[in-house]
Ligand binder design. Structure first.
Ligand SMILES: Nc1ncnc2c1ncn2[C@@H]1O[C@H](COP(=O)(O)OP(=O)(O)OP(=O)(O)O)[C@@H](O)[C@H]1O
Ligand SMILES: [Mg+2]
Length: 229
């Protein structure tokens, strides 16, 4: 579960990025986070991943209290989540398979766990036949699916994606969103930041809309029903 209680975030230069955010995301939910550029979406993600700390308010993530978490606990907290970045952040000189092995070795998985789990996630994202390729031998959509496989490989309870379809054409974007929906149906909580109105409209999911550091609506289809958009 992710819980924001009256969270404020100011950056060092004085920018007030979040101004009283309260929300709760339960295990198993699929949530879109939407809003204009600069509204605070990535800041919310950075607080959840503990890349940044709140200035005020209480924040709980998967049983960890991020107000009091010790630095040495942060890696354990991060293992409960899989993060998908817009620029993929794959290791270019390693094959897809080796990229996934690397992610699993980092958490001490056994060779047997590594073999079984990688076969499973590659099948799930539809890349079983491309395991030996390097990232630069794949299309943008395929690379994004590798990034999703890597986020999933350590079996996190939450998947967090900041603009996962930002560089993709509409057809590929749709495929990525359907893949995230499938992952959600298999039991993983999914939080997706997106600008893509068509995609949000196509999937009848919970939509948390942010504007100027505040939540302006929260509900199924709530964002684009709002007259101001
Ligand atoms: N490291 C930082 N230092 C100072 N200000 C920042 C920093 N990161 C973000 N901001 C500011 O905080 C506000 C919220 O930024 P944030 O990145 O959360 O927006 P966003 O909703 O993700 O926007 P986009 O859709 O463009 O990605 C903006 O005014 C931004 O300029
Ligand atoms: Mg952003």
């Amino acid at each position: 579960m992710i819980r924001f209680i009256d969270i404020y975030k100011s950056y060092d230069n004085g920018t007030k990025a979040l101004k009283g955010i309260s929300m709760r995301i339960d295990d198993g939910e699929f949530v879109f986070l939407v809003g204009p550029s600069g509204s605070g979406k990535s800041t919310i993600i950075k607080l959840i991943t503990a890349e940044a700390a709140p200035t005020e308010g209480r924040l709980m993530v998967n049983g960890y209290n991020l107000n009091t978490i010790r630095p040495r606990q942060v890696p354990y907290m991060r293992r409960t989540m899989g993060v998908i970045f817009q620029d993929f952040r794959l290791i270019e000189k390693k094959s897809i398979y080796e990229n996934l092995v690397f992610a699993m070795r980092a958490v001490g998985a056994s060779p047997k766990e590594i073999r079984t789990r990688i076969a499973y996630v590659l099948e799930l994202v539809g890349l079983s036949t491309k395991a030996e390729r390097r990232p630069d031998e794949l299309s943008g959509g395929e690379q994004q699916r590798v990034a999703i496989a890597r986020a999933l490989v350590n079996n996190p309870s939450v998947i967090i994606a900041d603009e996962p379809t930002g560089n993709l054409d509409p057809q590929r974007s749709m495929e990525i969103m359907m893949l995230l929906e499938k992952i959600n149906e298999l039991g993983t909580t999914v939080l997706v930041v997106t600008h893509e109105k068509e995609l949000v409209d196509r999937f009848a999911k919970r939509v948390v809309a942010i504007e100027n550091g505040r939540i302006i609506s929260d509900g199924v289809g709530g964002y684009y029903d709002n007259e101001t958009f």
